[in-house]
Design a protein around this ligand. Structure first.
Ligand code: DAH
Length: 332
């Protein structure tokens, strides 16, 4: 009987070692160690044995049972870890398509243009000045020789802010008030450019936005003339576009300059493009800035940054620059 037990145990151990799945092992366990298994049958048979043999056979049964249990447990661990490895492999994510370094963005086309412009002017000896977006009516108009009731006020489509006296506070309609703030803030000689955001009650179309960007220039020194103005803008255009253009100063009117002009560039097709408003700073403006017009003179200019970017990069519609579609923006 012991011999039979031993060989049945050996057979079960071998089957356990050969099992390929956990299911197979479960079946085997039930078959060998369950109610109808050989261990149970042997236990039942013990009763029929002579008492002196029972002890030896009992020990053999326990030994056989333990060896089968051990073999099943060992195999179960092995199969379980193999199965886990298989599962992990199946669930593994393929990370090879994710770029090692995520794509890096860059400045907006307007920011780039703004910074290039600053660089060019800084290279010419100018300093950068700034002013607030929310301005007083005095800085935006009065001090620039545009008193209340002046028709030039109507041309600006001003957005007023509900603060203080009605009409006293507004979103600046141009960067020109930075001229006033700079003059009040520092002694001449002054060589500054003031890039910044400006606001007008305007409907967006291919050439207008209600929020846009200007760059203001102001030079105050002794014996400054219109020739200095023309020479400065010419030098700027050459540096910015990388080549010189035929240019002209066309008489115009601005309340804050006298004389005033429009600076035009001749394009390849022979047509003229308005680039900047400019002129010699009006004595009233110098006085508002606390500067003596008998001692100092100066010139000023102002142009649209967005317009310049549109022209340099050949953008058709200004609105594209502000729609924030990355497919458009990533081109620049
Ligand atoms: N502020 C003017 C505008 O927004 C532009 C301008 C014209 C600025 C002539 C100037 C200037 O400094 O001299 O239309």
């Amino acid at each position: 009987m012991i011999q039979t037990l031993t060989s049945e145990a050996a057979e079960a151990v071998a089957a356990a070692e050969a099992a390929q799945t956990v299911d197979e092992l479960d079946q085997l366990e039930r078959k060998a160690l369950g109610k109808r298994g050989f261990v149970a049958a042997a236990k039942k048979a013990i009763g029929a044995l002579p008492p002196e043999e029972r002890k030896g056979v009992g020990r053999a049964i326990n030994g056989a049972k333990a060896s089968v249990e051990d073999a099943i447990a060992l195999r179960r661990t092995t199969l379980a870890s193999a199965q886990r490895a298989l599962q992990l492999e199946a669930e593994r994510m393929d990370l090879t398509e994710v770029p090692i370094r995520p794509e890096v963005g860059h400045g907006h086309i307007i920011t780039q243009t703004w910074e290039e412009l600053e660089d060019v002017f800084v290279g010419m000896g100018f300093r950068i000045a700034e002013g607030p977006h929310i301005e007083t009516d005095w800085h935006n108009f009065d001090a620039l020789n545009i008193p209340p009731g002046h028709p030039a006020r109507d041309g600006f489509d001003t957005i007023y802010v509900n603060h203080g006296q009605p009409g006293s506070t507004l979103l600046r309609t141009h960067t020109s008030p930075v001229q006033i703030r700079t003059m009040l803030d520092q002694e001449p000689p002054i060589y500054i450019v003031a890039p910044g955001r400006v606001f007008r009650r305007d409907t967006a179309d291919s050439t207008h936005m209600p929020v846009f960007h200007q760059l203001e220039g102001l030079v105050i020194d002794r014996n400054i003339t219109l020739a200095d103005l023309a020479g400065t803008i010419d030098a700027f255009v050459t540096a910015y576009f990388g080549k010189s253009f035929p240019s002209r100063l066309r008489p115009n009117y601005f309340p804050f300059t006298e004389p005033s002009a429009e600076y035009d560039l001749r394009q390849a097709d022979g047509s003229w493009m308005e680039m900047a408003g400019c002129g010699m700073v009006h004595p009233n403006v110098l006085r508002a800035g606390g500067i003596d017009p008998d001692e100092w003179s100066g010139f000023a200019f102002g142009f649209g940054i967005d317009r310049l970017a549109k022209m340099k990069y050949g953008v058709e519609d200004l609105r594209d620059m502000f729609a924030n579609d990355v497919r458009f923006l990533s081109q620049f």
